[in-house]
Write a protein that binds this ligand. Structure first.
Ligand SMILES: C/C(=C\COP(=O)(O)O)CCC[C@H](C)CCC[C@H](C)CCCC(C)C
Ligand SMILES: Nc1ccn([C@@H]2O[C@H](COP(=O)(O)OP(=O)(O)O)[C@@H](O)[C@H]2O)c(=O)n1
Length: 305
């Protein structure tokens, strides 16, 4: 059912823009596509003016077909990239080019960041985010199938687990791909929140392990299992990658950042993520849950979308 256009006052326009943008964009994009026009009150609720309109009757089925073929192609390409990435690092580990532990962390860092960087290859369709999210979904299913030893794949297990036990796939790695899926579906490429959460989980948390193990002699007083070097590395690397992603998506026209305030906001969000990661809660909640969740909360409060 198409939404009904009801012009709203400027204040309602702003309220509508900020208060419903999140849920409406994530859950109702199949009914709407971006235009500048009055707010809408429709079956699914209120959507902000710069987001929503019923699918235009003049958008031809040919255009929809083009979008569909474009997104299917992009999905196949990114799925192939994911499979190749794991294979490459498994091969490097097999040939003793790099140690297994470093290989796993590099997969941790590169998988999510390359996934975020791949989002612009998907179409301008409002459904494109779901095609992108299909990639972590397939990899999540792959982790479950292998984690339950239904059909164990030694390449995946060697490249992604600490000790080579299949059931390890059902913890950190599975939470990791679920975080990628959430970022794509609920935030996508026109919100800083999802990309910053992945910058901190993939880049920040990943480098913390590498630098912490190598230079982490000075331990954190409240958590002897983590070190100051690891946390400082997470903050710096996560901040830099976050700014890099925001600049990347701004330069492509998906984001319009106020850079005078953005740096400060990303510093605050990076500090929150680093503090949460340093807490002695790993036995209760995996870093691949606590870090993205804390980052999403901090970034959504800070940026508002
Ligand atoms: C090793 C991984 C997580 C473990 O985290 P932690 O326990 O060390 O904190 C990463 C697992 C990656 C997964 C097997 C593959 C994910 C691929 C991704 C969905 C798409 C990447 C596409 C890109 C173009 C390569
Ligand atoms: N802030 C941090 C994070 C990790 N690390 C080091 O990296 C190792 C693995 O960290 P972790 O338990 O968070 O590993 P993942 O859950 O990220 O795979 C720790 O045992 C520390 O040696 C650190 O020194 N400082």
């Amino acid at each position: 059912m198409a939404a009904a256009a009801l012009p709203l006052s400027p204040i309602s326009h702003q309220l509508c823009r900020r208060s419903n943008r999140f849920w409406y964009k994530a859950l109702a994009p199949r009914f709407c596509s971006p235009v500048s026009s009055p707010c809408y009150i429709g079956v699914k609720g209120i959507g902000s003016s710069s987001q929503l309109r019923p699918r235009h009757p003049l958008i031809s089925s040919a255009a929809s077909t083009d979008y569909l073929l474009h997104d299917v192609g992009a999905t196949v390409a990114v799925l192939g990239g994911a499979y190749a990435l794991v294979l490459i690092f498994e091969s490097l580990t097999k040939r003793d080019v790099i140690p297994q532990r470093l290989s796993r962390k590099l997969v941790h860092i590169l998988s999510g960041l390359l996934f975020v960087l791949s989002w612009p290859i998907f179409s301008a369709s409002t459904e494109a985010r779901y095609f992108a999210a299909f990639v972590p979904l397939v990899n999540g299913l792959r982790l479950v199938v292998n984690g339950l030893s239904i059909s164990p794949n030694s390449t995946l297990i060697k490249s992604v687990t600490r000790e080579g036990r299949p059931e390890e796939l059902l913890k950190g790695p599975l939470f990791y791909v679920l975080a990628l899926l959430v970022a794509a579906v609920f935030f996508w490429r026109d919100s800083p929140t999802g990309m910053i959460s992945l910058a901190m989980m993939c880049g920040g948390d990943g480098i913390a392990d590498i630098m912490g193990r190598k230079y982490g002699s000075y331990k954190i007083p409240y958590n002897p299992r983590k070190s100051l070097a690891g946390s400082i590395s997470m903050f710096i690397f996560g901040f830099c990658i976050s700014i890099g992603l925001l600049y990347y998506y701004s330069s492509l026209g998906y984001l319009h950042m106020n850079w005078e305030t953005t740096f400060t906001r990303v510093v605050i969000v990076s500090l929150v993520a680093t503090l949460v990661e340093s807490l002695p809660i790993t036995d209760q909640i995996d870093d691949n849950v606590s870090v993205p969740l804390a980052t999403i909360l901090a970034a959504y409060i800070s940026f508002g979308y």
